[in-house]
Design a protein around this ligand. Structure first.
Ligand SMILES: Nc1ncnc2c1ncn2[C@@H]1O[C@H](COP(=O)(O)OP(=O)(O)OP(=O)(O)O)[C@@H](O)[C@H]1O
Length: 591
């Protein structure tokens, strides 16, 4: 199944398991080894049990030996108690290892995904990534737990029972296994089938979470545009696909133990004919046969389970290769090996002949400018001109193909990534708030802020003005993505964050656009005060807000076509003059 993110290559099973072992299980090896030992004891008990059947039949039932009855009884009791105790203990250990390793993998995966480039996230929707972090990791954990706990015990049980069967009669054992070679190639085919269906199933699971994510995030748009039926139909389609694939996977998985059944049936019949003749002739005792028969019958279930696990392992591989593929995707925007220090006090920003394209689409075409330290530089121009892209380049959310960016006298590529981003506060039109309280949304995890400091930024950003309208003031939850606050309130919270960050550079993207006229005036004043000693870049769609900027860059289709002060640009009679007149006329029209 192909998709816009490209096909995940088929990976070999054992290297994947080795990777899983060395990365996530090796550190718990003591627990795993202890669990293995317990499993071996648990598994071998079935062998002992079948072994006790020979004296039970031959000494107790046939010879009527009462002493033998006592020790056979005690042996059976010990066998079952040991099995129960070791079984419970090993489960506890394996659950510990399973839960911890899964948590480790999820934490690593989230950390890794957060490091990946913005361009990666642009092509991998959140639902898709959630399915990897949650669903795929779950798929792996359930199977590896079954593999290690079940497989270990079953494998030991199988060996122990085979040992007993061979001790009773190796010819009978060989005859019982007569059907085994016939099952090999159908087994391999069934495994291949299961793996392919499981891969498709995981891809559909990603689409399901993506759909849910988009529906719940866009619920108001869905309601307003009466898209409920349309969305429901799309979801039904995906669910049907999901059910169909689950059924196909199950069919494939069911075939595997069924083949073991057929193989075992053939073996039993063969032994019945051959061994039955020997017992009738008196060459073998009933105890021999019962011991052998019990060993083979007891071996049958672990064998079936082991074969079934082959299918389960294929399902796990499908998840494992998706997770490993994600881990193998490396970010291209990284911190330099030997970072250099930038002048962080009053950093100047320089862009020198920067070219950037999204695929074939050129977005920045030789952008050069200097934003003086401590001054305000405005970016204006039509929609799609590349203004926001300049912000993304400065903060290294995306790197240009050619050209250089210098911040505080250092190439931005040479500055430690966290330090570089720590120099910026960004306030955009769509301020993202988390589903936490207003206080937490302003503090963003900082614990070094005093109540007075907090109050002063809340006052300066005019957050204090609306706190009494909220049910719990500063401790009111903002709702998912800040949905409990109005657009203007969200923006003021974002401005408060920026004030608190107190960084040397401010990037404002029409930061006051969602405020009413009165609030806009005061917040604008606060921002001006805030930006006074800082290097500020402001994107403005309304030219009225940037008239006081020290320098105005006019952008058009990825180029800076003019720059200068408001008065200079107006006097020049170029693009800025045209833009200004256009806005002026439309404002007049509105009045
Ligand atoms: N992730 C992306 N992938 C592909 N193209 C993109 C991506 N982000 C932006 N673009 C394109 O880059 C161009 C410049 O976008 P940008 O957001 O920088 O413009 P802008 O000047 O800020 O526009 P606006 O004023 O409308 O916000 C647009 O044509 C846009 O479609």
């Amino acid at each position: 199944m192909s998709n816009q993110r490209g096909e995940i290559p088929f990976a070999k099973g054992w290297p994947l398991f080795r990777w899983l072992w060395s990365t996530y299980l090796f550190k718990y090896r003591i627990y795993v080894i202890a669990a293995m030992v317990l499993m071996s004891i648990e598994g071998s008990m079935l062998g002992f049990l079948s072994y006790t059947l020979k004296p039970m039949f031959d000494l107790v039932f046939v010879d009527g030996n009462r002493d033998a009855m006592k020790w056979v009884g005690i042996a059976i009791l010990v066998i079952f108690c040991t099995r129960g105790l070791t079984g419970a203990l090993q489960k506890l250990l394996m659950t510990y290892v399973g839960q911890h390793s899964v948590a480790d993998m999820r934490i690593d995966l989230l950390n890794h995904v957060m490091q990946l480039d913005t361009t990666f996230h642009a092509t991998h929707p959140p639902g898709h990534l959630m399915a990897r972090v949650e669903g795929d990791v779950n798929g792996i954990s359930s199977v590896w737990k079954a593999l290690i706990s079940g497989a270990g015990r079953d494998f030991v049980a199988l060996i122990a029972l085979m040992f007993v069967a061979i001790r009773v009669d190796w010819v009978w054992t060989a005859i019982a296994l007569i059907g085994a070679p016939l099952a090999v190639s159908p087994l391999l085919l069934a495994q291949k089938y299961v793996r392919r269906r499981a891969r498709e199933s995981r891809e559909v699971a990603s689409q399901v979470t993506t759909r849910l994510d988009e529906v719940f995030h866009g619920i108001n748009q869905i309601k307003l545009n009466a898209l409920e039926d349309y969305q429901a139909d799309r979801y039904v389609g995906l669910q049907l696909q999901s059910v169909q694939l689950a059924m196909r996977t199950t069919v494939g998985r069911a075939v595997i133990p069924a083949l073991v059944d057929i193989m075992a049936g053939l073996g039993f019949v063969a032994v019945l004919f051959y061994g039955g003749g020997e017992i009738i002739r008196g060459d073998k005792t009933i105890g021999d046969f019962m011991s052998f028969f019990t060993a083979m019958t007891l071996a049958f279930e672990p064998l079936r389970r082991l074969a079934g696990m082959g299918g389960g392992w294929q399902v796990a591989i499908a998840s494992l290769e998706r997770v490993q593929h994600l881990f193998n995707t490396k970010p291209s925007i990284t911190t330099p090996a030997r970072p250099k220090k930038a002048d962080v006090d009053r950093p100047e920003i320089v862009m020198d002949d920067v070219h950037l394209a999204y695929g074939e689409l050129p977005v920045l075409r030789g952008v050069s400018f200097t934003a003086k330290a401590g001054k305000t530089t405005a970016l204006v121009g039509p929609s799609g001109a590349g203004k926001s892209t300049i912000f993304n380049v400065l903060t290294r959310l995306i790197d240009p193909q050619t050209g250089e960016v210098r911040i505080g006298g250092q190439k931005s590529l040479d500055i430690n990534l966290a330090e570089l981003r720590g120099m910026f506060s960004v306030v955009t039109q769509d301020a993202l708030l988390f589903d936490e309280t207003v206080r937490d949304n302003v503090l963003l995890g900082r614990t070094d802020v005093t109540e007075d400091q907090l109050r002063s930024v809340l006052d300066a950003a005019y957050v204090s003005n609306f706190l009494d309208q909220l049910s719990d003031g500063l401790d009111t939850p903002c709702g998912p993505r800040g949905s409990n606050l109005s657009g203007g309130q969200r923006q003021r919270v974002a401005i408060a964050r920026a004030l608190l960050r107190d960084t040397p550079i401010l990037l404002l993207d029409e930061a006051t656009s969602a405020l009413d006229t009165r609030s806009e005036t005061v917040v604008q004043a606060a921002l001006e005060r805030l930006s006074r000693d800082r290097t500020t870049l402001v994107i403005a769609h309304r030219l009225s807000t940037v008239q006081n900027a020290d320098n105005i860059l006019v952008m058009d289709r990825g180029r800076i076509v003019e720059q200068g002060s408001h008065d200079d640009l107006l006097a020049k009679g170029g693009s800025y003059h045209d833009l200004y007149n256009m806005q002026f006329r439309s404002n007049e029209g509105e009045e």
